[in-house]
Design a protein around this ligand. Structure first.
Ligand code: ZN
Length: 239
């Protein structure tokens, strides 16, 4: 009974912790983003958003810090934000990383391993360099299937092997997964847990009440947003 009460209290705390904004970026092209397209941002727009966050006192956090906050009740710095990038794009290394460095931010890079070393995608050396400079490398499966929609998938190929490959490249444990297309269901969560991930990130669906750590929400960011608009979305997206 006592254990049950403690457990209830922990679950209660977990659910009541305010959602920390997790930003999600994809392509970075000079043509930039439009209000209705959250898949593109120009280097200048990205730089402006990072500059604004820095100037307004935001602190980037890592998935480990977010996990400690959600799971263990750890405190976070004021105005915490997680800044993430999907799909292994080369410009995440050539454009985003120098801008993050300028403003003292750390990024989280969700890597689909099939594209490593292909034209316009990051090489293994670039991924290692990001990791060595304090950024976090996370897994985004092998070839980006929507795990909640395909009837079957090979868990070794999509979850276990990509995790191992990224650990070999970085020399660090890879503990977090980003679901391609944000797609997850109960079976996917079971598989992701069994593959050894501590938590997983989706997009904007409701969290999985049985296991919110495996459905942490992220906000896709439009390059057209000003700093003020970005902050407004960060405050209101999931409330
Ligand atoms: Zn993706």
């Amino acid at each position: 009974m006592f254990t049950y009460k403690i457990l209830s209290l922990v679950m209660c705390l977990l659910f009541q912790r305010p959602q920390v904004p997790v930003l999600c970026y994809h392509n970075m092209h000079a043509s930039g983003g439009h209000p209705d397209n959250v898949l593109y941002i120009s280097p200048a727009q990205f730089s402006n958003q990072m500059q604004w966050l820095n100037k307004n006192g935001y602190h980037s956090i890592t998935p480990d810090e977010l996990y400690a906050y959600l799971h263990n009740g750890a405190t976070l710095p004021a105005k915490a934000v997680m800044i993430s990038f999907d799909d292994t794009h080369e410009e995440h290394y050539t454009v985003a990383a120098p801008i993050l460095k300028r403003y003292g931010f750390r990024g989280v890079f969700f890597i689909m391993t099939v594209s490593i070393g292909k034209p316009h995608y990051m090489t293994a050396a670039q991924i290692k360099s990001l990791s060595d400079s304090g950024h976090i490398i996370a897994c985004h499966t092998w070839d980006h299937p929507n795990l909640s929609k395909v009837s079957t998938y090979d868990t070794q190929k999509q979850l276990v092997h990509p995790k191992q490959l990224l650990e070999k490249i970085t020399g660090k444990t890879v503990s977090y997964l980003g679901y391609p297309f944000g797609g997850w269901n109960e079976q996917v969560v079971k598989d992701v847990k069994a593959a050894g991930f501590k938590a997983a990130f989706q997009l904007d669906r409701h969290s999985f009440s049985d296991d919110p750590l495996y459905s942490i929400r992220r906000i896709m960011i439009s390059g057209s947003w000003s700093g003020e608009q970005l902050e407004e979305k960060m405050k209101t997206a999931f409330h």
